[in-house]
Design a protein around this ligand. Structure first.
Ligand code: SAH
Ligand code: SF4
Length: 422
């Protein structure tokens, strides 16, 4: 979501005559689009602001903007705490940055009030010439007890299906082959009588986009109808990111997640039995307040049962103002680290095994460029959102979709060869 917002802001600035420079030392304006989801994300921003203060000493006219979630959360306090920050614009105001810089009437250097967002400014954005993001909804109404997102991104509001379909068609006309529909919880999308499965069906049938992804799903709202729509169209890529968070029902309840492990496993079973091939990924938190060793083991067991293709795994981090911040953060840091490391190790073993299952299969993959190591191999993204490396083929360009036969795999990457160029 932040990447999408950053791209929208960059494109707004470019249309207003600003130019992107390669290095910070050459910039007259540095913008940090921030994340508040964990304390570490905010700490890194303070670190970056420390580095930027050195540039500012050498170049007093340099302007520094902090935008997005951390700006929203801290507002005036941030500009007081870090005096060399010139502009602090929250999640509803960041797209107004050009107005603020140019001193347009009514704009101020610190703006964080909600209710000012102009959904029309949230233009769909091409991330590369061949792929793009379309934000279908912003904000979140879920209030999981650990999570700061609803406080910094506000209430959920949705774009109309027509707007989303037009956006996808415009992108397709410009050569985009893959889009990602974005929302904090796409499954609660509702605009008039169009729900998310219906939206997805319409994007698949009424646009020329050939590869459609979406994220993120909340298990409480993921319906069978959605899985059936996915099964009905080759254009909807077989990847589901379904955050579990914990394998313990008591912890899930304390997290305010509204589902049980049993319900979650039922959805997984339905997904696996209705999609011929699917890659399933997740988010997990260890060390939530009062999590016992036994409850942590239930998370490990759940991970073993589901067999995720990959996972984002986190130590619980207190976010001031959330409901869980009132609980005692009683799992010692060393325990959180130990639990996280063991979980990561287990998940890596499972990812390795999952990837071995791909060997011999052919996956239609979107070419993203040369591999990081050498021009002799190229990198592409499979239908299941995995990176695959294969020997460079001369007439292949970024944005092509090619069938790649998987020949080998480790826990993080697949290796393969092109079957034929389409
Ligand atoms: N809307 C998405 C993503 C939310 S933030 C969703 O509901 O899935 C991404 C992930 O960060 C969450 O899924 C959760 O695993 C993690 N996260 C959020 N708050 C956290 C906190 N306070 N401590 C540790 N991890 C957190
Ligand atoms: Fe946060 Fe829960 Fe909303 Fe995801 S669904 S953004 S974890 S409150």
């Amino acid at each position: 979501m932040n990447m999408a917002d950053s791209s929208i802001l960059a494109s707004t600035l470019t249309t207003r005559g600003y130019r992107r420079v390669g290095e910070e030392k050459d910039a007259d304006l540095i913008i940090l689009n921030t994340c508040s989801v964990r304390e570490k994300a905010e700490d890194r921003i303070y670190g970056r602001l420390g580095e930027i203060s050195k540039f500012k000493r050498r170049k007093p006219n340099l302007k520094v903007a902090v935008v997005g979630c951390m700006a929203q959360r801290l507002g005036e306090d941030l500009s007081n705490k870090v005096p060399h920050v010139d502009y602090v614009l929250g999640t509803d105001r960041l797209f107004e940055l050009p107005d603020v810089i140019e001193g347009i009437e009514g704009s101020q250097s610190v703006m964080t009030a909600f209710g000012h967002e102009n959904m029309d400014m949230i233009v769909p954005i091409k991330e590369t010439p061949y792929s793009g993001f379309i934000t279908i909804s912003r904000g979140c109404d879920n209030f999981c007890t650990y999570c700061i997102v609803p406080y910094v991104r506000g209430k959920e509001r949705a774009h109309s299906a027509d707007y989303i379909i037009n956006a996808a068609n415009e992108m397709a006309a410009e050569g985009v082959v893959e889009i990602t529909l974005l929302g904090q919880n796409v499954n609660s999308y509702l605009y008039e009588d169009v729900d998310f499965p219906e939206l997805l069906r319409r994007v698949a049938t009424e646009t020329d986009i050939s590869r459609i992804r979406y994220m993120t799903s909340h298990p409480k709202d993921l319906s069978r109808k959605l899985v059936d729509v996915m099964a009905s169209s080759d254009k909807i890529l077989p990847h589901i990111h379904l955050p579990l968070q914990s394998g313990s029902n008591r912890i899930l309840q304390k997290m305010g997640r509204i589902y049980t492990l049993e319900h979650y496993l039922k959805i997984i079973e339905y997904i696996k039995s209705h999609l011929e091939y699917v890659s399933i990924t997740t988010d997990l938190i260890v060390g939530f307040p009062s999590e016992t060793e036994d409850e942590y083991f239930q998370t490990l067991e759940a991970v073993e049962k589901v067999r995720y293709d990959s996972a984002f795994m986190f130590r619980y981090s207190v976010r001031p103002g959330t409901a869980a911040a009132k609980y005692d953060d009683d799992v010692p840091e060393e325990t959180k680290i130990r639990r996280l490391n063991r979980l990561i190790k287990l998940q890596q073993e499972i990812a390795y095994e999952q990837n071995q299952r791909e060997v011999g299969e052919v996956r239609n993959s979107l070419v993203e460029g040369f591999s990081r190591r050498s021009k002799e191999s190229m990198r592409a993204r499979t239908e299941g959102n995995k990176t695959v490396i294969f020997p460079t083929s001369e007439n292949l360009t970024e944005g092509s979709v090619v069938p790649v036969r998987i020949t080998a795999a480790d826990a993080f990457t697949l290796h393969g060869e092109i079957v034929e160029i389409s």
